[in-house]
Write a protein that binds this ligand. Structure first.
Ligand code: Y12
Ligand code: CO
Length: 175
């Protein structure tokens, strides 16, 4: 299974991901193949739709203070649902599907999320700070929502202009 990151403005990022019903080898292979892509690109979170699989699957690995991301810290979430949210946090977010762009986004500070692990066991996690932000960012992906959708109108317009220019530059660097 060869996976590539899908980049904005690819329409696949707007798909709504489907609930996972089968916790089989195919799901495990998808999870196993997502992990090196996230780590190899210095990511802290990745949703399956970012590698063109419209399944309610996401992975997270929040770096420790020294920047290390030990595999023991890997969190895999299948069919996540936020059951509680409160407070407010503003955090500078980035996305592997929107390269080179980072922006302050307002989210809930504290959340409780119910999900299943790769073997269909039901779990509950309480999160705050960066973990909470990253979970909300990745769950948004499962609903076809990108962090740039949360920008104010004028900031979004500016982003679209800059992003188009950057993509043109990528295609023909000499222009
Ligand atoms: C705060 C920060 C991030 C999230 C959601 C998860 N997003 C990421 O993990 C984004 C990582 C990222 C890494 C990049 O680096 C490479 O691709 C090597 C990157 O690339 C460039 O900017 C060139 C962009 C994003 C939530 C909250
Ligand atoms: Co993202």
């Amino acid at each position: 299974m060869k996976l590539n990151i899908v980049e904005y403005p690819d329409k696949r990022l707007r798909q709504k991901s489907k609930r996972v019903e089968k916790f089989d080898k195919e799901l495990h292979t998808l999870l196993d193949n997502m992990y090196p892509i996230m780590i190899g690109t210095n990511g802290i979170g990745l949703a399956a739709i970012q590698v063109a699989h419209a399944k309610q699957v996401l992975i997270l690995n929040i770096p420790e203070e020294d920047g290390e991301q030990p595999v023991d810290n890997l969190i895999e979430m299948i069919n996540p649902i936020i059951t509680h949210k409160d407070g407010e946090i503003i955090y500078q977010e980035g996305c592997l599907s929107v390269p080179t762009f980072y922006e302050d986004i307002k989210r809930f500070e504290n959340i409780t999320v119910n999900f299943q692990d790769r073997d269909a066991n039901t779990k509950t996690l309480e999160a705050n700070g960066l973990l909470s932000v990253a979970i909300q960012h990745e769950i948004d992906h499962l609903n076809g929502i990108l962090f740039i959708d949360k920008l104010a109108y004028s900031r979004r317009k500016k982003f679209e202009k800059e992003y188009k220019r950057m993509q043109k530059e990528k295609k023909s660097p000499s222009n």
